[in-house]
Structure formats: C-alpha cells, structure tokens
Design a protein around this ligand. Structure first.
Ligand SMILES: Nc1ncnc2c1ncn2[C@@H]1O[C@H](COP(=O)(O)OP(=O)(O)OP(=O)(O)O)[C@@H](O)[C@H]1O
Ligand SMILES: [Mg+2]
Length: 322
C-alpha cells in the first residue's frame, strides 16, 4: 500500500470519537432506575458531522453530556483521539476540555449574565487577549463593538453566536451541538446553521449535532443516528436515511418533514405517531417502539431487536421497512 493510501485508510477507520455501549441510569422513584441512555454506540471521524435525532426525552442531551463529561456514565466507554477518557478525573480532563466543546440550546441560559463578551469568550483560563476575542467576534458575524457588552444586550441569534465563539476559542476538534437552533426564530436558524457549516469547513471540526426532528440535520450531516427511548434504532448515511428509511420510527419522523415541492407535499404519505414515547422509567418489553409501531407483531413485544445491517445501514428492528 502506498503511503497516501495507508494514510487514507487510517483516516477512514480511525474514529475521533468512539462511544461504546454507553448507559446512564438516573435514580428514579421507588428505587426504579430511569434508563435515560441504554446502550448507545457510535463513531465519529475527524471533520465529520453526525446528526443525533429523536423526540424529547429520548436521551440525546444525556448522551452529549456524558461525552463532555458533564455527567458520569453508569457504564460504557468514550474514546477520544484513540484515548479512553471515560474515567479521567477532572485534572486529567483539563487538556481535553479544550478539544471537546459544547454549544447549548438556550444561548442565554448558557452564558453568564454578569460577564462581558470578552470574559465569556476568553473563558476562565483567559485563552485569548482582546484582539484574539475581536478576531473571533468577526469570525462568528458579530461586531468588535460588542466586546464589552453583556448577554442581555443581544438577540437570541447573536447570543448563540457568542456561545459559538466561546466554543471555538480553545481550538476544539469536536463540538457537541445540543439543539443549537431549536430556540431561535426560524429566520435565524438557517444563518446559524450556515455559520456552523462555514466554521466546520474552515477548522475541520467534527460535530455531534443534536436535533429533535430530521429537517434541521438534513443539510449538515453526513450520517444520522435516530434515537428512541435511550437507544439508537437506525444509523447510516444521510441519503439512506432520507430516501429509504428502514426503521418504522425513522419513517414516521421523516413523514413529519415537509417537502418543498407542493405537488409531492400534497400527495406524500404521512405517518402520525400516536401518543408520547413511553417513560424511560417504565419502558415496554421487547422493542421499546412496539406500542406506537404500525408494523409491530408478537415478536416485537417480547424480543429486543439487535442492530443488523439493512441496505448499508444499521437498524434495530425485527421487521424493517422494505
Ligand atoms: N438529572 C436527571 N435526573 C433524572 N432524570 C433525568 C435527568 N436528566 C434527564 N433525565 C431524564 O432522562 C431522559 C432523557 O433526557 P434527555 O434530556 O437526555 O433527553 P433529550 O433527548 O435531550 O430531550 P429534549 O429533546 O427534550 O432535550 C428523560 O426522561 C429525562 O426526564
Ligand atoms: Mg435535550
């Protein structure tokens, strides 16, 4: 193998982030644990964007928070850049803190209201001087005049740009984006998504992009993982997920995404998901999606489906869509 081919092989097989059988059980009432994340595994390569999608409460934020170690996993492992970071103590985590950053859904709640933009972006370790902060402000589409202002002086979209600048300051390789546009006006959402895409191209960033529906992640993500009640039910290339979903849940989520062509929109099939997802404190036996699934049969109510490869992607379903 030539040196270049060897390098390419390494780039495509070596994951920047590798999550294996990650679990988080929160203490619940009457001693019953809440299995918020119940055996999640995935890889993310350098410079790649993986979408993590699912309804409210399925465990997306908990997964993200375990990766950045805001939460200690109940079990499972997180490897970053080839290193097992699952059990590092806060001191050992310190150098890695700069390599994995997070952007949050509510930009105001995640910014300290008593700090100026300069203090927020340069961070507790004062990574940047004033001119460094100004460079970052320009990079995220804010004005240098904003540097001495406080968060309440900004709109939601601007506040999110500050959150993005703060995440970029330590030059990370990976940013966990936890629904970064869900709280913003629809007109602003595209601007922030475009900014994140530009920054990714410029700095070869990898994103784990969390969203609750499939519309936002479509243009951003090379691969998409669909979560339901603490587990990944389908993960694969974007085109496979959008044009040919294999899990009935993915198909239902997709049918909620409007199609730009009005003729297609008027005639396309819609699957309405009845009710809310069950509580992770009392998941149904078998496949946890079975009570809401149009394809469910006897086996689905007793046997948890093991992920298998269907048409080039991983699916955990006994009766995948044709
Ligand atoms: N600290 C906690 N203690 C107990 N239960 C928790 C805790 N944090 C989260 N949960 C529960 O874990 C489950 C997963 O929560 P999580 O916030 O990860 O979901 P999510 O997919 O991010 O939802 P959303 O789309 O609403 O942000 C939920 O049932 C939630 O109530
Ligand atoms: Mg969340």
């Amino acid at each position: 193998m030539s040196l270049l081919a060897e390098r390419e092989a390494r780039v495509t097989t070596d994951a920047l982030l590798s999550v294996k059988d990650l679990r988080m059980t929160f203490p619940g009432r009457r001693g019953k644990g809440i299995k918020a994340v119940d055996g999640v595994s995935f890889d993310l390569r350098a410079g790649e964007t993986l979408g993590l999608v699912g309804e409210s409460g399925c465990g997306k934020s908990t997964t993200g928070r375990m990766i950045v170690r805001l939460l200690e996993p109940t079990s499972g492992t997180v490897h970053f850049d080839g290193r097992d970071i699952t059990h590092l103590d806060p001191r050992q985590m310190l150098p890695l803190r700069s390599e994995i950053q997070m952007i949050f859904q509510d930009p105001f709640a995640s910014l300290n209201p008593r700090q100026t933009v300069q203090q927020i972006i340069s961070g507790p370790r004062k990574l940047l001087d004033r001119s460094g902060v100004i460079d970052l402000l320009k990079l995220v589409g804010l004005s240098p005049e904003h540097i001495d202002r406080y968060p309440h002086e900004f709109s939601g979209g601007q506040a999110q740009r500050i959150g993005i600048a703060r995440a970029l300051a330590p030059k990370p390789k990976l940013i966990i984006c936890d629904e970064p546009v869900s709280a913003l006006d629809v007109s602003i959402q595209a601007q922030i998504v475009n900014l994140l895409e530009d920054l990714k191209a410029e700095f070869n960033l990898a994103y784990l992009f969390i969203a609750h529906d499939l519309s936002v992640v479509r243009h951003m993500c090379e691969r998409i993982a669909v979560m339901y009640l603490g587990r990944i039910v389908e993960v694969g290339h974007r085109d496979a997920i959008y044009s040919d979903p294999a899990h009935p849940y993915t198909k239902a989520l997709l049918s909620a995404v409007p199609v730009p062509d009005p003729e297609v929109e008027a005639t396309r099939e819609r699957i309405v998901l009845l009710g809310d997802p069950p509580s992770p404190a009392a998941p149904p036996p078998g496949c946890s999606f079975n009570p809401r699934c149009h394809k469910a049969q006897g086996r689905c109510r007793v046997e948890v489906p093991v992920p298998t490869v269907v048409r080039g992607r991983q699916v955990a379903c006994h009766f995948p869509e044709e």
